[in-house]
Ligand binder design. Structure first.
Ligand code: IMP
Length: 406
C-alpha cells in the first residue's frame, strides 16, 4: 500500500532529518522538497565521501527514487548546477528521475547582495544566500521564474525590471555596488541546460504520482520555529517550514499526507540570531556543542546549544499534526549527570525546568528500546507524556543502524 510521508524539523532546523529520510528511502518512490532553498544543508556520505546536499532532495542517493524540487523552493541555478555536478562526479544519475518545478522563483546575485547588506542592520544572522529577498520578490509578484528561461526576450524584460529595482535599493538605500543586467542574463543562460533537462509542470507530476499510488516523501528543510508565520519572528526564514508548506509548495491538498514525522533533537540547537529560552552558556552547553559536533552544515557557524523545551515542542507537534515523533542525538546526553527539561515559562517568560537524573552510560548505537538505560527511557517517556505523541524512532548515532524503531 502506498503511503505519503511528511518529515519535518520541530525546532530551529538541523534536527537530523537527512538520516531519517535516508532510512525511509527503502519504502518510497519519490522525494519532494517544498520550501526553502540552498540555505538548507544535509550532510551525507556517498561512496565513503562526505557530501552536503543543499537543494537536491536526499532521495537522489537511491537510484530507483525520483526527486522533485517543488514550486515553493527558491532556486539558485549556480548552486544547483554545482551540486548536481558534484553528485554526478561520484556516480549519481539524474536522468529521468530528477525534476524541478517550472514555477520556482530564481535567486539572482542581486538578492544575495541585498540579503548581505540588510543583515548588517537587521542582524537576523541569515545564511546570506539571498533567500529572504527572493521570497519578497515572489510575494511582490516580480520574480523571474525557471519557466522564463523558455523565452529569452521575456527573460530579458523580466530581469531588467527586477534587477533595476534591486539596483535602486542597493545604490540608494544600502550604498552598495550595483549589478549589470546583461551579465546576470548571460549567467542565467549558462544554466539553460538545467531548464532543458529538468524543468517540469510539477503539480501534474505529483498528481500523477499520487494517482499511480506511488509513495512520496515530502522533505522539509529548516525547522518549525523558523517558519515565517509561526516561528520566532522576525528571527525566522522566509518560507513556511511547517506542514502547510507542503500544500502550497507542491500544489497538493493536505489529505494526501498520510503520516507526519516530526524530528526533535534530545536537546535544542539554533544557528543565527533570535530568542532561545533554554540556551546554555555553561559547561553543559559546551559539552552538547562538542559531543554533538554542533556546527552549521551550510555556513559552518557554531550552533547555540541548550536544554529541550517541551512547551515549544508541544506547540510544534500540534501545529504540524505530528503523528510520529523522532528523537535524535540521544547519545549526546550520555555523560551528563543531570539533564534539565523545560516544562513551563514563568511570568517573565523564563524557563522553568524539571531536573532529571542522567544515565551516564553509553547509548550510542543501541537499536533496541529495551536495551536503553532506565533513566534514558524515563527521559523519553517524560517527553512523550508531556507532548502526547509517541517517539516511534530514536536515533543513537549517525549511521543507519544506530536507530531504535518502536
Ligand atoms: P535565511 O534562511 O538565510 O534567510 O536565514 C534566516 C534564519 O534561518 C537564520 O537564523 C539562519 O541561521 C536560519 N536558517 C536558515 N536555514 C537553516 C537551516 O537549514 N538550518 C538551521 N537554520 C537555518
Amino acid at each position: 500500500m502506498s503511503e505519503n510521508i511528511l518529515i519535518l524539523g520541530l525546532q530551529w532546523g538541523d534536527e537530523g532529518k537527512g538520516k531519517i529520510v535516508d532510512f525511509l528511502s527503502e519504502k518510497i518512490n519519490a522525494v519532494c522538497r517544498f520550501q526553502g532553498g540552498h540555505n538548507a544543508g544535509h550532510t551525507i556520505k556517498v561512496n565513503g565521501k562526505q557530501t552536503v546536499l543543499h537543494l537536491v532532495p536526499s532521495g537522489i542517493l537511491h537510484e530507483n527514487i525520483n526527486c522533485l524540487i517543488g514550486n515553493g523552493v527558491v532556486l539558485a541555478l549556480d548552486a544547483l548546477d554545482k551540486e548536481i555536478n558534484d553528485l554526478k562526479a561520484v556516480g549519481i544519475n539524474f536522468d529521468n528521475r530528477f525534476f524541478i518545478s517550472s514555477n520556482c522563483p530564481l535567486i539572482l546575485p542581486t538578492h544575495i547582495s541585498i540579503d548581505k547588506a540588510r543583515d548588517k542592520d537587521e542582524s537576523i544572522g541569515t545564511t546570506g544566500r539571498g533567500i529572504g529577498p527572493a521570497y519578497e520578490d515572489k510575494v511582490g509578484r516580480r520574480s523571474v521564474k525557471l519557466d522564463d528561461l523558455a523565452d529569452e526576450q521575456k527573460l530579458r524584460e523580466k530581469l531588467n525590471t527586477q534587477v533595476n529595482y534591486h539596483n535602486k535599493l542597493l545604490k540608494n538605500i544600502y550604498k552598495r555596488d550595483t549589478h549589470d543586467v546583461e551579465k546576470i542574463f548571460d549567467a542565467i543562460l549558462n544554466y539553460k541546460h538545467l531548464f532543458d533537462n529538468y524543468c517540469v509542470d510539477s503539480q501534474s507530476l505529483v498528481n500523477n504520482w499520487i494517482t499511480d499510488s506511488k509513495s512520496i516523501l515530502f522533505e522539509g528543510a529548516q525547522g518549525s520555529l523558523l517558519d515565517i508565520d509561526h516561528g520566532t519572528y522576525p528571527y525566522v526564514t522566509s518560507s513556511n517550514t511547517t506542514a502547510g508548506g507542503v500544500s502550497t509548495g507542491l500544489g497538493i491538498g493536505p489529505k494526501y499526507i498520510d503520516k507526519i514525522i516530526g524530528i526533535s533533537k534530545a536537546y535544542t540547537t539554533r544557528v543565527g540570531e533570535g530568542p532561545f529560552l533554554t540556551e546554555l552558556f555553561d559547561q553543559d552547553g559546551e559539552h552538547l556543542a562538542r559531543k554533538g559536533n554542533e556546527f552549521g552544515a551550510t555556513t559552518g557557524r557554531p550552533r547555540r546549544c541548550g536544554w529541550l523545551d517541551l512547551v515549544s515542542l508541544k506547540k510544534t507537534v500540534f501545529m504540524n499534526s505530528v503523528t510520529d515523533l523522532c528523537i535524535t542525538k540521544l547519545d549526546v546526553l550520555d555523560e551528563l549527570k543531570e539533564i534539565k527539561i523545560c516544562v513551563q515559562y514563568n511570568n517573565l517568560g523564563e524557563p522553568i525546568y524539571q531536573t532529571m537524573k542522567g544515565w551516564q552510560s553509553i547509548t550510542e548505537g543501541i537499536s533496541n528500546y529495551e536495551m536503553l538505560p532506565q533513566n534514558a527511557k524515563k527521559y523519553i517517556e517524560f517527553i512523550e507524556k508531556f507532548i502526547e505523541c509517541k517517539a516511534t524512532t530514536i536515533s543513537t548515532g549517525p549511521s543507519r543502524d544506530q536507530t531504535i524503531h518502536r
